[in-house]
Design a protein around this ligand. Structure first.
Ligand SMILES: Cc1cc2nc3c(=O)[nH]c(=O)nc-3n(C[C@H](O)[C@H](O)[C@H](O)COP(=O)(O)OP(=O)(O)OC[C@H]3O[C@@H](n4cnc5c(N)ncnc54)[C@H](O)[C@@H]3O)c2cc1C
Length: 389
C-alpha cells in the first residue's frame, strides 16, 4: 500500500472514491478544492499510477473540458497537447469529405490518455489527497448513515458518500446492485501510432469505409494515431501483419493523404462495448466517469462526459452538508442523464448507421454526407457542440 509522507493522519473521509483513473482522480481534486476530505481506493500500484504506460489512446478534449481541467490545475501539467484544427468525415464512395471547422478557433485538443492520468495523479499528490493503492474493492454495505467498502486485503473504509469511478465494468456498481445496459458492437478498435511524411495540419479524418472505419487523429509533429475499427473476426488477420504490411494497409485506407506512413510504436486493441448504468446514484452512492456512461469512442466523448459529470456532482457537494444527501445526488443524476443521454443514444445510432454496409444504407450514407456538405447550419451546430459544450 502506498502512503503519503504526513505529519498527522488524514481526516476521516467525507467522500470515498473507488478508482484512481482519470475520472476518479479529477473528482478527488475537484472535491478537495471545495473543502471536502476525500480518500481514494485503487487496485493498481502507486509507481504505475505516477508514470502510467502509453495505452495508445489519444483523448480528444472539448473547450469545456479544457476549462474544467484548467480550473483544477491539471491542464497546465499536460505536455504534447496537439490542437485539433479541423475534422473531415467521409464515407466510402462519397465524392468529397464533409468538413468541420470552427472559424479560426481550434475544434479541441488531443492528448494521450497516459498523460492525462499522470497529470491527474500529480494534481492529487500535490493536494496531499489520501490515496490508498493496492486496494481491490470487493464489498459494499450501507450502515447507520454511512456507506462501507471492503477491500480484498480485509480493510473496511466508511464515508457518508462512496463514488464508483472504477471503469465501465465497475465492480462497485455491480456490488451495489445497479444494473447496466451493455451494447457490444462486435467490433474492436486497433490503435496504431504512425509517423508520416506529409503534415496533417491538425486535421482529424474519420473514414467510414466498407466493412471498417479508420480514424486518423493528429498528434504533435508528423505523427498520427490510426484507429482502425474492424469486426472482431478481422482482428487475427490484422494481428498477423508485420509493421510494414500494416503501415501500407493504413496508408492505402487513408488514400495516401499523409504520404508514406510508418508504424511508430506499440499497437493496442480495445473491444468496443458501450455501457449505460440504469441509475447514476443510489443511497450514499454515486457513479462517475465510465462507471456511469461508457461511450463508443467514435464521437470522442467518454472522458469529456466524465468531466461534465464531475462538475455536476462536485458543484452539489458542500463541506457543511451531508455529502450523501439524496437531494443533491438526485439533482446530479438528473443533470448528468440529461447531458449524457442524447450523446449516448446519438453515438450508438451513428455507429449503427455508419457500419451497416448493406447497399441501401451505404447509398443513404453517401447521400447524407453530400446533403450535409450543402447545409452549413447543420455543420455549424455540430461544431458548436465541441466548442461551446
Ligand atoms: C480507444 C479509446 C479511445 C477513446 N477516445 C476518447 C476521446 O477521444 N475523448 C474522450 O473524451 N474519451 C475517449 N475515450 C474514453 C476515455 O478513455 C474514458 O472515458 C476514460 O479513460 C474513463 O476514465 P475512468 O476514470 O472513468 O475509468 P478508467 O480509466 O477505466 O479507470 C478506472 C480505475 O478504477 C480502478 N479499479 C477498477 N476496479 C477496481 C476495484 N475493484 N478496486 C479498486 N480500483 C479499481 C482501475 O484500476 C482504474 O485505475 C476513449 C476510450 C477508448 C477505449
Amino acid at each position: 500500500m502506498h502512503s503519503l509522507a504526513r505529519t498527522s493522519p488524514p481526516p476521516p473521509p467525507q467522500v470515498l472514491i473507488c478508482g484512481a483513473g482519470p475520472a476518479g482522480l479529477a473528482l478527488a481534486c475537484a472535491l478537495h478544492d471545495r473543502g471536502l476530505a476525500v480518500r481514494v481506493l485503487e487496485q493498481g500500484d502507486a509507481a504505475t499510477l505516477a508514470a502510467p504506460g502509453d495505452d495508445g489512446r489519444e483523448i480528444a478534449l472539448t473547450h469545456r473540458s479544457r476549462r474544467l481541467l484548467e480550473r483544477l490545475g491539471l491542464w497546465q501539467r499536460l505536455s504534447d497537447v496537439a490542437p485539433l484544427r479541423r475534422a473531415s468525415v467521409r464515407s466510402s464512395g462519397s465524392r468529397t469529405p464533409l468538413p468541420f471547422e470552427a472559424g479560426g478557433q481550434d475544434l479541441g485538443w488531443l492528448v494521450a490518455n497516459h498523460r492525462l492520468r499522470a497529470a491527474a495523479w500529480a494534481g492529487a499528490q500535490q493536494r496531499g489527497i489520501d490515496i490508498r493503492c493496492g486496494q481491490v474493492v470487493v464489498g459494499f454495505e450501507r450502515r447507520d448513515g454511512t456507506a462501507c467498502v471492503d477491500t480484498r486485503a480485509g480493510e473496511r473504509h466508511a464515508a457518508p458518500l462512496v463514488v464508483a469511478a472504477d471503469s465501465r465494468f465497475s465492480p462497485l456498481r455491480r456490488l451495489a446492485g445497479i444494473g447496466a445496459c451493455h451494447h457490444d458492437f462486435g467490433r474492436s478498435a486497433l490503435l496504431v501510432p504512425m509517423s508520416h511524411e506529409r503534415d496533417h495540419d491538425g486535421v482529424a479524418q474519420e473514414c467510414f469505409l466498407a466493412g471498417h472505419t479508420l480514424a486518423l487523429l493528429p498528434k504533435t509533429g508528423r505523427r498520427t494515431s490510426a484507429v482502425w475499427t474492424v469486426a472482431n473476426a478481422e482482428l487475427p488477420r490484422l494481428a498477423a501483419m508485420d509493421d510494414v504490411e500494416l503501415a501500407l494497409a493504413i496508408e492505402a485506407a487513408a488514400e495516401g493523404r499523409l504520404g508514406p506512413m510508418r508504424v511508430d510504436g506499440a499497437r493496442h486493441v480495445y473491444p468496443l462495448v458501450a455501457v449505460w448504468a440504469e441509475r447514476f446514484v443510489a443511497p450514499r452512492l454515486a457513479l462517475i466517469g465510465d462507471a456511469a456512461v461508457g461511450m463508443h469512442p467514435v464521437t470522442a466523448h467518454g472522458y469529456n462526459l466524465g468531466l461534465y459529470g464531475i462538475e455536476a456532482l462536485s458543484r452539489r457537494l458542500e463541506p457543511g452538508c451531508d455529502p450523501g444527501g439524496m437531494d443533491a445526488l438526485l439533482a446530479f443524476e438528473a443533470e448528468h442523464r440529461r447531458a449524457a443521454g442524447p450523446l449516448y443514444a446519438g453515438t450508438n445510432a451513428l455507429v449503427r448507421f455508419f457500419t451497416d454496409d448493406r447497399a441501401p444504407v451505404l447509398a443513404l450514407r453517401r447521400a447524407v454526407i453530400d446533403v450535409a456538405r450543402h447545409l452549413p447550419p447543420l455543420r455549424a451546430a455540430i461544431t458548436r457542440r465541441l466548442v461551446d459544450a
